[in-house]
Design a protein around this ligand. Sequence first.
Ligand code: OXD
Ligand code: MN
Length: 580
Amino acid sequence: MMTQLSALQSWVDQVAKLTQPDAVRWCTGTDAEYQELIESMLADGTLTTLNQAQYPNCYLHRSDPSDVARVEHLTFICTADETDAGPNNNWMDPDAAHAKIDALFDGCMQGRTMYVIPYCMGPIDSPYARCGVEITDSPYVVINMKLMTRMGEKALQRIENDKTFVKGLHSTGDLDPERRLIMHFPAELSIKSIGSGYGGNALLGKKCHALRIASHQARQEGWLAEHMLIVGLESPEGAIHYIACAFPSACGKTNLAMLIPPKSLPGWKIWTLGDDIAWLHLDDDGRLRAINPESGYFGVVPGTNEATNKNAYDMIRHDTIFTNVAVTKDGEPWWEGKKNGEPATDWQGRDFDAANGKAAHPNSRFTVAATNNPSYSALADAPQGVPIAAIVFGGRRKELAPLVYEAKSWAHGVLVGASVASETTAANAGEVGVVRRDPMAMKPFCGYNFGDYWAHWLSFAARSDKLPKIFHVNWFRQNAAGEFLWPGFGENLRVLRWIIDRCENRVAANETPIGFLPNPADIDTTDLDISAATMQALTSIDRAQWRAEMESVGEYLESYGDRLPDALREQQRNILAALR
Ligand code: OXD
Ligand code: MN
C-alpha cells in the first residue's frame, strides 16, 4: 500500500490488473529519481545525450515519426448527453468509450514499468490548485511531468488531504496511429490516453487535465480554465500590470510571456508567470486573479534565437529536454532559426539532407522548468496568484484584424473571444495555414459545449464590477507582398503599453463598431522603421471585410443552436447593424 487514500490505491490496483506491468513504481518527484530515469533512458536509447559542455544536463528524445503533434481527430469528450460535449468536440458515449479504450489497455504494460505520478496543478498551497494522478508506462512522461508540474510526495500529501484528484491513465501502447485515442470523462474527472508519447497527448496534466477537465470543473465551481499566458509588465515607475493572453497554439504565447523590452522603451521589465495556461478566479473583492497551473514550459523550438526570444534561448541552454530537434556534429541541438551551427543529423536521426525537409521538426519542443527562465516571476508560486488588469485575445490573421482593439464591455469582449480565428500551425496534426475559428484559443481544449462555455464567461459580469478590460491583438498582418506590417516580438510591448494606458484611462481612442482602436500616434514607434501609412493600416478597419466577418461569426455562432446564449448573438447583431 503506497497511499492512505483507498480510492487512489484501488484505482492503481485496478489499472495494474488491466495493464499487467512487470513493476509498479510510485514517483517521489526527487532530483535523484529524475537523474536515475535519465540514466536508464540514456542506456536504452530513449534519450540521447547532447553536448554537456555547451548544454549541461540537456538531452534529446526522438519520438516515433508518426507521433509528433496533438491529434484532435482522435481526441474525445465522453459525456452521457452528446450535446454537452457540443459541436466543438468529438464525442463518444462513456460506456462505449471505456470499452473501446480498455480493450487497448488490456495487457499493454507487459514487460514495462508502470509509473504512478501524483501531481498538483498550481502552487501546492494554493486554494485555486487542483491535483491529479497520472499512471503511465513512459519514463519520458515522468521526467517531463517533473519539469512541468509540482509532482511527487507533496502532491500526494495534498491529494490525501483533498481526497479528490483527476485520474489520468496513459500508455504509449504500440504507437500505431490506428490504435491511438485520447479520451476525457468530465463527469468522472478522468482521462484515458493510449498510443502516443507526444506532449499534449501524453503529459496529461497539461491540455487534458488543466484545460479539458479543468474547464468542466471550473464551470461547476465558478472559475475559468483558459489557454492563456500570464505576464507582468513593470513600467519604469515600478507599477506592475498583469495581463492574461489567449492565442492559438504556436502563435507566440511563449515569446510574449518572456519578451525583452526594446531599447527605446528603457526601464520596462517583464515578469513571466506562465506561457500556456491560466486558471482565473474571482477573489473576495471581485477582482479576477490568475494562477499558472504548470511549473514548466513545453515550447516550440524552431524560431527561438537571441533576437526573437533571448530569455527562452538562454533558458534552454541547460537542464532541458529537447524533443525532435536536429543535432550538430558537435552534439549541440539545432533547429531552423538558430543562428549558429549546422545540422548534421535531422530530427529522425538521419544524416541531414535538405531533400528530406526541415532538420528539426516544425513542432519540435523544449521542456524546461519555469525557474530556468531569466524573467521568472516569483509570484508564479504565490497561492493567491496575481490580479489581472487585461485579457487579450489574438490570432494569426494576414488581413482584417487590426494591430489592437478594445472591447466595449465584458459581454462584447466575450464575443471578441468567441470570434477568434487563426491560421493553423504545426502544433496539431493536419493542414497548416488555413483560417479556422478558435474561440478563446480553446477550440481543441474546451471540455464542454462552447455555447455553455460562453454563457459561463458572460455570467461573470453579474458577479463583479471589477472585471478586466478585454482586448484583441494581431501581430501577423501582412501586405500584398506577404511582408509582415508589424515587427512583432519585443516590439509588441509598445502595443501592451497602449493596453495598460487604456486600463488606466490615460489615453483616448477611436470608437468604431468593432471596438476602440488606437490613434496611431498613441502607439510609440520610436526607433521603428514603420511608415505612417502602415500605422494607419494597422489601426483602422475595412468595413466591407468586417461586415463579411461578422456575418460569418453569426453563422458560426448559430451552429451552437439552443445552447448559444442570446446575449452573445445580440452583441454580434448589434455590431453587424453598426457596420451597415
Ligand atoms: C501547446 C499547444 O503545446 O497549444 O501548448 O499545442
Ligand atoms: Mn498551448
